[in-house]
Design a protein around this ligand. Sequence first.
Ligand code: MRU
Length: 344
Amino acid sequence: MMALPPTIAWSGTARDGHLELLDQTCLPQRVEVLRIGDVESLVAAIRRLSVRGAPAIGVAAAYGVVLGVRDAANGDAFHELLRSAGDALIAARPTAVNLPWAVRRMQAAGTHAASLDALLDEARAIHEEDRALCRAMGEAGAPLVREGATVLTHCNTGRLATAGDGTALAVLFEAWRRGTRFRVLADETRPLLQGARLTALELAAEGIPVDVIADGAAAGLIARGEVDLVLVGADRVAGNGDAANKVGTYGLALACHAHGVPMYVVAPTTTFDLGLEDGSMIPIEERDPAEVLTLGGSGIEIPEVGARNPAFDVTPGCLLAGIVTDRGIIRPVDADAVRSMIGG
Ligand code: MRU
């Protein structure tokens, strides 16, 4: 298995450097690294999912703010670019709250920053902190994985979706490092196949046994008792624990609830949006219908037939066994428990 370059890296100085993104649209067939030197190219890369996953797009956007302001001719222009570059980055994708969270932190730093170098330092700090959050989630969640278990996961929540080991996949990597042996079922994750292309690649690289399944196979396998645990990530968690994640997650939660299989969301504190009372307020990205009408690069469309392509859905917190965070596990999931773990 080939070693992959970093998901996100900054190369060079704040003034002349650039962002390097592993282009995830090419995986697993080809390893290509994009060189990004301006905000417009970064917004396009985020939109087409060259860089994806809630924490990863937050980290990329933090560096994007540096790209956006570095050509300012004077102080007024700097503050105008700080605002407009931030707006453009936030608008790239609406569901993951890590994106506005990181941009606002950079804007706050920019308002007080003594130099462009200080702003790049802030982006590097966001990058480094995300690594630590991944480590902490892995440690908090690893005991959930039992010897011999079959664990089902959805979408990609690993090193390709974060700056560290991931969210749900960080739990699996840590359990494996501790010597627990288990196997994984990876939902393929139509329409863009993050499970089949990315999760399977990451797990296989660590020697963790993984089988890809069609998304529609999951409920039947759960009903037949072939799944012991479901671990997924989240793009935004509301104040009551309702969690938006890749479309298909809600269906998994219903199947788990019906058959008594524990399902956990794994998400860092940066993915919580305590300003939203419940999940009905989370904006859900609608993507190009062409993604649904394409399979492996070939068109499967029929004249006069359209498609819907919501990229995420919302799982009510009450269907979850818990939410694994970098601060510990929220269990049971309700507004009080979320507030006491995340609010302080
Ligand atoms: O559309 P994507 O590939 O960006 O969606 C990613 C997910 O849904 C992940 O589960 C989520 O970002 C959390 S994992 C880090």
